[in-house]
Design a protein around this ligand. Structure first.
Ligand code: GTP
Length: 247
């Protein structure tokens, strides 16, 4: 099925963007061209009538876990990571604004001079009005990943689907497709399989949260232009993780 002109299947989605997605080729920092391209794809999805919320990571700027592994206090390192996600959120909002896509940033840690505080009902109103809502600062708590923030916010705003954007990997494979010739891609997987086999979709806390709240997760390649629109239009791309056992 072509995405062009097709009605959106999903009413409300939550897009999880890793910090890495904002960095482009260099792998670190923010590449404005790359961010503009992502913003364009988000705008196209909104244009189809789908409500889009976004959770951004911060790994392009700072990784809490790495700081901790090099001797820093874990909680402090994680708070630094949360601040990194706010920087990414502002970059994405700027890019959306330049493309005339209405957006609001909400932070899990209050910093009112920069963005709105996270208020669930307000976020949902923004979405109903067709605004993209970018959730920043993770869950606001150390020891949790931005994957968990994505699962939590998706449950709170009653999203129909989490779009788990990956770079250069078009789904979940039984083995590393970059290293093993003949690695098999899954069309569909169950949450328990992801957990039991340690398939790197999202971390275990986040996966469990999705399982408990019956939120499907679509793992797809952000690198292929137009994939966000394809996903919200219900095209079969990537790997879908949900309650049913794998085929
Ligand atoms: P409506 O109530 O639907 O009109 O939503 P709105 O977001 O347009 O209204 P509001 O007047 O609340 O916000 C206007 C602008 O101020 C938006 O860009 C908001 O993101 C921003 N804004 C609202 N509250 C805060 C806040 O606490 N801190 C910051 N920095 N900006 C805020």
């Amino acid at each position: 099925m072509s995405a062009a002109g097709a009605p959106p299947v999903y009413r409300r989605v939550l897009l999880k963007l890793s910090g890495q997605a904002m960095a482009g080729e260099s792998g670190t920092g923010i590449d404005p061209e790359v961010v503009t391209s992502i913003a364009g794809q988000i705008g196209d999805a909104v244009g189809l009538g789908t409500q889009v919320a976004v959770v951004v990571g911060g790994g392009n700027l700072w990784r809490g876990r790495e700081g901790a592994s090099r001797g820093m206090d874990r909680a402090t390192a994680d708070y630094m990571g949360m601040l990194a996600t706010v920087i990414n959120a502002l970059a994405l909002q700027d890019a959306l604004e330049k493309l005339s896509v209405a957006s609001r940033v909400q932070t899990a840690i209050e910093m009112k001079e920069i963005a709105e505080p996270y208020i669930r009902r307000r976020a949902m109103r923004h979405l109903e009005k067709g605004r993209v809502v970018i959730f920043a600062a993770g869950t606001g708590n150390p020891f949790f990943s931005t994957d968990t923030a994505a699962a939590l916010r998706a449950a709170e705003i009653e999203a129909d689907l989490i779009l788990m954007a990956k770079q250069g990997t078009d789904g979940v494979y039984d083995r590393d497709p970059n290293r093993v010739a003949g690695a098999k891609k899954y069309e569909e997987l169950g949450y328990l399989e992801v957990l039991n086999r340690g398939l790197g979709v999202m971390d275990a806390t986040a996966t469990s949260l999705c399982m408990d709240n019956h939120i499907p997760i679509l793992v797809f390649d952000l690198g292929r232009k137009g994939n966000i629109v394809r996903a919200v239009a219900g095209e079969r791309i990537g790997t879908l993780v949900r309650g049913e056992p794998a085929k």
